[in-house]
Design a protein around this ligand. Sequence first.
Ligand SMILES: Cc1cc2nc3c(=O)[nH]c(=O)nc-3n(C[C@H](O)[C@H](O)[C@H](O)COP(=O)(O)OP(=O)(O)OC[C@H]3O[C@@H](n4cnc5c(N)ncnc54)[C@H](O)[C@@H]3O)c2cc1C
Length: 471
Amino acid sequence: MKEFTRRELLHAAALAAATGFLPGCSPTSLGPSPEELPGYEPGKALPWRNWGGNQGCRPALRGAPSSEDELAELLRSAPGVIRPVGTGHSFSALVPSDGTLVACDLMSGVIAADRERREAEVWAGTRLHQLGPALQAQGQAMPNLPDIDYQTLAGAVATSTHGTGPRFGSLSSTVRGLTLVTPRGEIIGCSRETNPEIFDAARCSLGALGVVSRMTLANQASFDLTETTSFEPLGDLLDDVEARRDRHRHFELYAFPHTEAGMAIATDEGRGEPSPTPEFEGDPLKMARDAFRKVGGLPLVGSALYEALVLRVADMPASVRSGPSYTVLTHPRITRFREMEYTVPAEAGPLCLREILDTIRRDRIPVVFPIEYRYVRRDELWLSMFHERDGCTISLHQFVDEDYRPYFDAMERIFRKYEGRPHWGKLHGLSAAELRGLYPRWQDFLEVRESLDPEGRMLNEHLRGVFGQSA
Ligand SMILES: Cc1cc2nc3c(=O)[nH]c(=O)nc-3n(C[C@H](O)[C@H](O)[C@H](O)COP(=O)(O)OP(=O)(O)OC[C@H]3O[C@@H](n4cnc5c(N)ncnc54)[C@H](O)[C@@H]3O)c2cc1C
C-alpha cells in the first residue's frame, strides 16, 4: 500500500471505526430544510425539534401528565392539533404541531410483571434504555430490539420499530394489550379479546388514534447474547445471506457504497469473549467522507482507489461484543443523519440491494454511509410494514449537513418497483393513494381512526397527507 499516504489510510481507517458506530448502526415532501424550522425567539413558545434536526414546531402547549386521569383531562381541553411525542427520533413529520404536544415522560417504568407468563405491563413513556435493566430485575427481556435504545416504548411501538431476525416481529408485534386515551378523554383498554379492532389499529397507530398510556409486553426469560462483526466481500455475503439469516438468532449486513466491501453482524445466544474496544479520535463517518471526497473524485482512478482503501481497511479481524441481550442488541449513535428505510418482501431483498448499489455506482451518487440490511417476521397489525409479509428492511442514511433528497429520491424509485413499504418514522415521498395500495386493511384503520377522533384533532399536516384527508 505504498501508494497511499499515512493520512489517507488513517482517514480510510475511519471506515473500520465506523463498525463501532454501525453494528448495532415527508413528503419531496421529504421534509423542510433546517432554515425553515422555527428557532428560539424571546416571548414566543419554545420550539421543538427532532433528533435529525429536519422537523420542528412551536407548540402552544406542552403537556406532561403523570396519570391516565390527568392525560384524559389534558386531551379534552388541549388547544389545536394534538400530537403525542416520544424522544423525537422519527425523521418524518409525525410529531410537529403548533397546538399541543403530549409527552408521557412522567408515565414511565414497569407497572407489574408476571413471571410465569413472562409478560410485563409498562408505562408508555418508558425509554427503551430504562426498560432493559428494569425487565432484567424481573428476570425478563424483550426478545428483540432496534439498533438504539433512546426511544420511548410508545414512540417505538407507534411506528413498528424493529430489529433484525426472521423469527422476530417488530416491537409492536410483542404488545399483548394496551390502554388508549382518546382525544375525547375516554380511557379504552384493548387486546385480542377486548376491542380487538382497536387493538389491531393501535399497535402501530402513528399516534393518530389518541395517546397510549400503558401496554403489556410478551417477553422471554432474560438471556445473554454474543455479537460478531466481520468484514467480507459483499458478493459472497449476498450469495449466502439467506443461509446466514436462518443460521443465526439475529443477522444483518452493511454494504459500503462504491465498493465490494460488506460487513456481517451475526448475533447468537450465550456469552463470548469480547474483543478490546478500538480507540479512534473524531467522527469516523465524517473521516470516511473526507477520504471519499479526496480520492473518490479523481478522474478515471477515483472509485477504484476509494474501493482499494476501503477493502484494505476492511482486512481486519472480527470484533466481538457480549453481555445481557439489551446491551448487545443496541448501540450508541454518534453521527447525526437523516434516514429513509423501506421494507420489501423478504425474498426480494438481495435483488433490491444489488440494484441500489449498482445505481449508486453507475450514477456516481456521492454517498459513503453504509446501507443497512435486515430481516423482520410478518405480523397481522393493520399498518405495520410487515403486515402479512415477511420483510427485508433496507435503510439509507445521509449526513445532516448534506442534501439527502437527490439520493433518497433516486432510491425511492427502486423501492417502489419492489412494492416497498416505507418506515413510518423515516423519510418517504409516497402519497395517500400509493400507501393505500400497499396496505390491505388501510380502510379498516381509517374507520377505527374516524370513530375515535371524528373531529380529526390528532391529525397534523403530515398525517392528513398520509391518510388523504383535507384540512
Ligand atoms: C439514530 C436512530 C436509530 C434508529 N434505529 C431504528 C431501528 O433500528 N429500527 C427501527 O425500526 N427504527 C429505528 N429508528 C426510528 C425510530 O425507532 C422511530 O422513529 C420511533 O418511532 C422513534 O420513537 P420516539 O420515542 O423517538 O418517538 P417520536 O419520534 O417522538 O414519535 C414517533 C411516533 O410515536 C407517536 N407517539 C409517541 N408517544 C406516543 C404515545 N404515548 N401514544 C401514542 N403515540 C405516541 C408519535 O405521535 C409519533 O407518531 C431510529 C431512529 C434514529 C434517530
